[in-house]
Design a protein around this ligand. Sequence first.
Ligand SMILES: C[C@H](O)[C@H](O)[C@@H](O)C(=O)CO
Ligand SMILES: [Mn+2]
Length: 418
Amino acid sequence: MTQAIEQAFALAKQRFADIGIDVEAALAQLDRLPVSMHCWQGDDVRGFENPQGALTGGIQATGNYPGRARSAEELRADLEQAMALIPGPKRLNLHAIYLESEQAVDRHEIKPEHFASWVAWAKQQKIGLDFNPTCFSHELSADGFTLAHANAEIRQFWIDHCKASRKISAWFGEQLDTPSVMNIWVPDGMKDLTVDRLAPRQRLMNSLDEIISEKLNPAHHIDAVESKLFGIGAESYTVGSNEFCLGYAASRQTALTLDAGHFHPTEVISDKISTAMLYVPRLLLHVSRPVRWDSDHVVLLDDETQAIASEIVRQKLFDKVHIGLDFFDASINRIAAWVIGTRNAKKALLRALLEPVEQLKKLEIEGDYTARLALLEEQKSLPWQAVWEAWCLRHDVPAGASWLGDVRHYEQQILSQR
Ligand SMILES: C[C@H](O)[C@H](O)[C@@H](O)C(=O)CO
Ligand SMILES: [Mn+2]
């Protein structure tokens, strides 16, 4: 098997060299592009603060496939299993509710010490961490408002939670020597006709200003804001809309988070990257798959995932775009979900790196749209898969579907006992 992969790789390398692509250079770039895996795929966004509590905030994990992680130890073990089947660099994206503490700690009182085991584990795994305050699944978010709440005390609680989260994020960055991207997403919105659409947005803006008022070392911590079109129970009005977040990130020079599921079903984030990059210093991507709504299905190697990856590569946004995932499917094996989605994101990046971008740009500027279309389509059937398999072998992970056997084995040995 290994020999066959190596032979195919040698032929593929030559094929790509014929169109001016240095495959080794492409793989070197892929080795510098981490994908941040989201911890919440492993336990249906429950966390360890109050795992029996309801998931609120207008998001839903549907399905009841057996074996979800019930503790941080189980979640880390599951992540290790998934990560062992995914080639190349990875990070882990944590939410605040994944803290570990013997005593109950309310959100505004979380501290780095509550994430010490995660940092120790990340050091062992040699990966960076990213972070999110959790502004949902809490009694003080029950009426659908947090940072934009009309009640000053409740608003302050969430401001304090986000400030505490920034400290944790900066500590991650300092400990792990790689900046932690901290994404602020709030579910704030209204189910029905909203009369005052301005005041909540003014309050959200002021809250965010207070949250980011303390300057933190950018080598350790990056602030990001995530917009959304609507959530369940907030169908008519979302305070942190796209216009709000783009305006906020541009005027405050924070990062902007673009989630593939947070727009109208016919809108795609791949077309938003180039616009946003004109105005904001960085982007965080939540690569996801909406099916009719923000359903957070597992990422496929589909046209939009490819278009997102191609945009990063074509515009050389390697140091400005942070690639994260955001899906939570509880209807299939959760480890398989991570593996499928993360491998697909990386396959799309590889395919993008194997594209003769300069040649295609030249054809475009010369107006030769016939050749542009012809080459883009021929590109799809060049032997990128042989390069993928060789890259998997280099990283000591299964090249093809045999990874599923490892997941099944883990399911029998570990998940079925939960
Ligand atoms: C759990 C995540 O933070 C959440 O999914 C958020 O990023 C989002 O996309 C909400 O729809
Ligand atoms: Mn998201």
